[in-house]
Design a protein around this ligand. Sequence first.
Ligand code: SAJ
Length: 435
Amino acid sequence: MASRTSERRRGPPDASPTVAVVGLGYIGLPTALLLAREQSVVGVDIDEEKVADIRAGRLPFEEPGLDRLFADVRDRFRVQTTVPDAVDTYLIAVPTPLDKLTDVANLSYVRAATETVADALDPGDLVVLESTVPPGTSEQLVQPILDARGPSGEIRYAYCPERASPGDTLHEMVHNDRVVGCADEATQSRIDGLYEFVEGENFLTGPTEAEFVKLMENTYRDVNIALANEFALLAEDYGIDVQETTELANEHPRVNVHYAGPGVGGHCLPIDPQFLTQSSTASQLVSTARDINNSMPVHALHLVRSLLSETNVFEQDSLPQVTLLGVAYKGDVDDTRRTPALKLHRLAKNEGYDVRANDPHVEDFEIPLESMTDAADGSDCLVVVTDHDHYTELDPDEIGSAMRHRNVVDTRGLLDADRWRDAGFTVRRLGDGRR
Ligand code: SAJ
């Protein structure tokens, strides 16, 4: 069990900061604010607008509890665009996007952040990398930069990935166990002191192992979702309902089938498997799983097309109008990173449909969003894309009265199908082949 005794408790709120968090995104910002519960923290981001917004009290994204935490720790948290010298701990949480051209991790932000941190280091300082990176990045990229540009005395280094799910970030950051990749126990004890807010255990391993573990976790989930999606397609072919068979299979003590959907979004699952396999020729399953998950918007559109055909929508003179319910990548968040809704929207437009969209959580998106009433007005088919709780509360009669045809494709198995049928809807659910 990790030591919970902090050697680093900072005392009064006005004490000088000792920790800098570089990168104030979905991981860096909540982490910085949790750290600021115990000590003064400097948040660093190269985005001047974001820094100005945070200074003015505006957080760049929605996350349950984040506003409250920010208000609580504001006197121990300051933000700036430069990396400070006068701290002894640097936590790097910058983005690692997938490079579109080469399909490998773009490590330019990690490299740049490490270089600026290295220039600010004093002997004995601790550097922690939290960004998700391909195995070997710490040993082959980060540590050599610290060695070459940092001071000649010893620098402590650890790779310590987060395990937080958007929508539950703060709770998971506090309660989940963590894997700490570092070379020695002295560094681990610094890490235990740093992450004092973590109530889970810190498990010690090497940096490459910790990088690998992080990628294994998200790859495991991606592959399992692909299996669930494949089961859904098979169930449709056999004319049975995958929801029912999944529930029954999951009664087995060692089986946990995941849930089918319109595709896998978010910043982690669609990318991390590629980080794991990008430098190896050994993998087959992982990329096949990616292909299956990437193909799900195509299948969702196929369900829409066949329902519109069965209900004679194509016989009308005007374009079929479909309404996407949800553009966030998963339920009850405002996050649209790599959402399958975008691909579905593009495919449907390409087929000539008039596509409308609603999302009660999302404010800005690449495609215009409308109120539920406006988006459904004149529609030939609703398509449930995101499993927001909000959609379970919809009144099918009220929505149906504004629509041209009462059709709904539920790609999440979210709606009470009988209730919608009772309101005159023809309902198709992904993975349900019964007719
Ligand atoms: N999804 C399905 N079927 C399922 C489960 C999820 O289609 O049975 C879809 C979701 O709708 C979403 C996508 O998969 O589009 C990803 O959602 P998620 O909740 O599985 O994952 P993330 O990306 O929100 O968070 C993941 C989590 N990883 C694991 O559960 C292994 C989280 O713990 C990580 O901290 C996070 O990635 C990260 O930052 O790496």
